[in-house]
Design a protein around this ligand. Structure first.
Ligand code: ZN
Length: 305
């Protein structure tokens, strides 16, 4: 079972795509062969394909249950979304809804949906195609959007951009955000919004900008333990060894690097469990050895009790 416990809080992982490969320079334009070789050696075949040299990502959605509130964090890419420029996101057809059911999640029971940011692979399952219309996947949920992130994407949509990548982002607003607004299920929040705070259980949003201007992480505390659902602050564990390595989609690469370093330092110092959106396999901890950081994943399966 892909379920973690922090006291009374549970975090389930539903993987939309287990293996999402990218050529290294497609993901990180400034990457060198040396960085890839070292990552292959240190991280192994789960993260670097030994035959092709491709970097392996996943698309993982997290479901947090805390004090009776069911929260979906980063809904995933979604099916049948038209992304002709961002081909890695184009027209998925995955059994995501079946996987949610297998994980014991009924879309009707979800109370809150949060996107760490509004790139297509983090808000796509906000909606699904029903009788030709994009309809909220979670009919009873409040969808929380960072106000600045929402305004940025809405402005892009209204600009009707010619640039093909910007046009795909505008499509993301049209098919994955606007229908939620139309259904009166959207609420705009600031970067310090508290979702649950009850008897030692706390789920809150924190701003960690750089990858996008309004990028959030979800801070989860329960039973004296601490976890961060870190979205795209770190895309691939090789960035722990090279924290300044910008991802091609970083809106502000210098700020993204400062944020990444701050998250790494905080999580290493606090023993915080880190749940990134794109690491294949289990979540883990960030370990610091002098000036060097590495990723220490939890075991694939829970140890027998
Ligand atoms: Zn992403």
């Amino acid at each position: 079972m892909n379920v973690l416990r922090l006291g009374e809080v549970t975090i389930s992982r539903v993987t939309e795509v287990e293996r999402w490969p990218f050529r290294p320079e497609e993901l990180f334009p400034a990457i060198t062969g040396e960085i890839v070789e070292r990552a292959a050696r240190e991280l192994g075949p789960r993260f670097v394909d030994p035959d092709t040299g491709e970097l392996i990502l996943s698309i993982t959605c997290h479901i947090v249950r805390a004090a009776g509130t069911v929260i979906v964090v980063d809904s995933g890419n979604g099916n049948f979304k038209h992304r002709p420029a961002l081909l890695a996101h184009h027209r998925f057809d995955t059994p995501y809804l079946e996987r949610l059911t297998e994980a014991g999640v009924d879309p009707g029971e979800v109370d809150v949906v949060v996107s760490t940011h509004l790139h297509p692979d983090h808000c796509g399952w906000n909606t699904r195609l029903l009788q030709g219309r994009w309809t909220p996947t979670f009919p009873n949920a409040t969808y929380l959007f960072d106000r600045g992130e929402f305004e940025w994407l809405r402005a892009l949509f209204h600009d009707d951009p010619d640039d093909p990548v910007a046009a795909d982002l505008a499509r993301t607003f049209a098919d994955s955000v606007e229908p939620v607004v139309r259904a009166e299920q959207a609420v705009l929040v600031g970067q310090d919004h508290v979702i649950v705070d009850e008897g030692g259980t706390r789920v809150s949003l924190r701003g960690m900008p750089g990858h996008t201007g309004g990028h959030l992480v979800v801070d989860v505390r329960g039973g004296g333990r601490h976890a961060l659902l870190s979205g795209d602050v770190i895309h691939h564990p090789l960035q722990l060894a090279v924290p300044d390595l910008a991802q091609g989609g970083d809106q502000d690469p210098a700020r993204a690097a400062r944020t990444r370093r701050a998250l790494m330092e905080e999580c290493a110092a606090g023993g915080t469990l880190v749940l990134p959106a794109h690491f294949p396999g289990p979540p883990g901890r960030i370990v610091r050895d002098g000036g060097r950081f590495s990723f220490d994943p939890l075991p694939d399966r829970p140890r027998p009790r």
